[in-house]
Design a protein around this ligand. Structure first.
Ligand code: PGA
Length: 295
């Protein structure tokens, strides 16, 4: 039987394509896979974790401001990018922004309901997010945990996202007090374990883990590169313990005061598959500078 030939265009059209064993890859396709972090040996390829740069706009930007960002970003970015871009705007901008960002970035929500559709006033469910073109949803962001969201609710949201076909971005991280008490690793593994307790190993590659130390978010301070590397390595180790056969395919990100100045060093760390960016992602110039630093 003839071995299938996979082109760069095929990979752009289906970013999650599983490369069949024995398939041939054109040189451009091999190059694209390498940029996305896959290990390409000879003519074969083993897909590894996706490299991601995710913008969390929090409660900023109207629809008009979001479209202006999309226009400015489109002028600066030449797809395919070395890191897959994902923008998480306020719910109100999702539908319009998805169209404006087509071909440049994917769309994510900042939260989702733990329920399916029903009598849940104010909640936005996974199916509403899919309906407007979302592929990702943040789950358990520290600002939501600070507002009272506990591990059980985070786990339910994560399950809802997976069941609907969304990629949950599970945020974990310690407070300043927990860090001072030497408990950062323990806190992170407890949050991971609780959120992923019911996740099947086959679903795990669709989960993204973002390590976001709570004391670094929006503060202009970050842990040292060695400290970040230590916790990201710990996250990978915990994932290997849960599901050794798929742990390397889970994207593990760092978040908390990522900027054009520190992005190069952070994105080059072993076990770092990208970043979750708040403040610096509101400006298309700074956001594209972070992408350039990680490319
Ligand atoms: P920051 O936010 O980059 O402004 O620190 C990160 C986040 O909240 O995800």
């Amino acid at each position: 039987m003839k071995r299938p030939l996979i082109t760069a265009e095929d990979l752009q059209q289906s970013p999650d394509m599983v490369i069949p064993v024995g398939a041939r890859l054109t040189p451009l396709a091999q190059d694209l896979l390498r940029k996305r972090g896959a290990v390409v040996r000879g003519r074969g390829a083993m897909p590894l974790a996706r490299r991601l740069l995710i913008a969390n706009w929090k409660s900023y930007k109207t629809v008009g401001e979001a479209c202006e960002f999309a226009r400015a970003l489109g002028e600066r970015v030449r797809p395919p990018t070395a890191l897959q871009l994902v923008i998480c705007p306020p719910f109100t901008a999702l539908a319009t922004l998805g169209e404006a960002l087509r071909g440049v970035a994917e769309l994510g929500a900042q939260d989702l309901s733990p329920h399916d559709e029903g009598a849940h006033t104010g909640e936005v469910a996974a199916r509403h997010l899919l309906d407007v073109g979302c592929s990702y949803a943040l789950v358990g962001h520290s600002e939501r945990r600070a507002a009272g969201e506990g591990d059980a609710l985070v786990a339910t949201k994560l399950e809802r996202a997976l069941a609907a076909g969304l990629r949950p971005v599970l945020c974990v991280g310690e407070t300043a007090e927990e860090r001072a008490a030497g408990r950062a690793e323990a806190v992170v593994s407890t949050q991971l374990g609780r959120a992923l307790a019911n996740t099947r190993p086959t679903d795990l590659p669709r989960v993204v883990v973002a390590y976001e130390p709570r004391w670094a978010i929006g503060k202009g301070v970050t842990p040292t590169s060695a400290e970040i590397a230590g916790i990201l390595g710990h996250v990978r180790h915990s994932l290997r313990q849960m599901a050794p056969e798929v742990a390397e395919r889970v994207s593990v990100l760092y978040g908390g005061s990522v900027s054009p100045d520190n992005a190069g060093e952070i994105l080059a760390l072993e076990d770092c598959n990208g970043a979750l960016v708040g403040g610096a992602a509101l400006d298309p110039v700074r956001f594209s500078a972070i992408l350039a630093a990680g490319s």
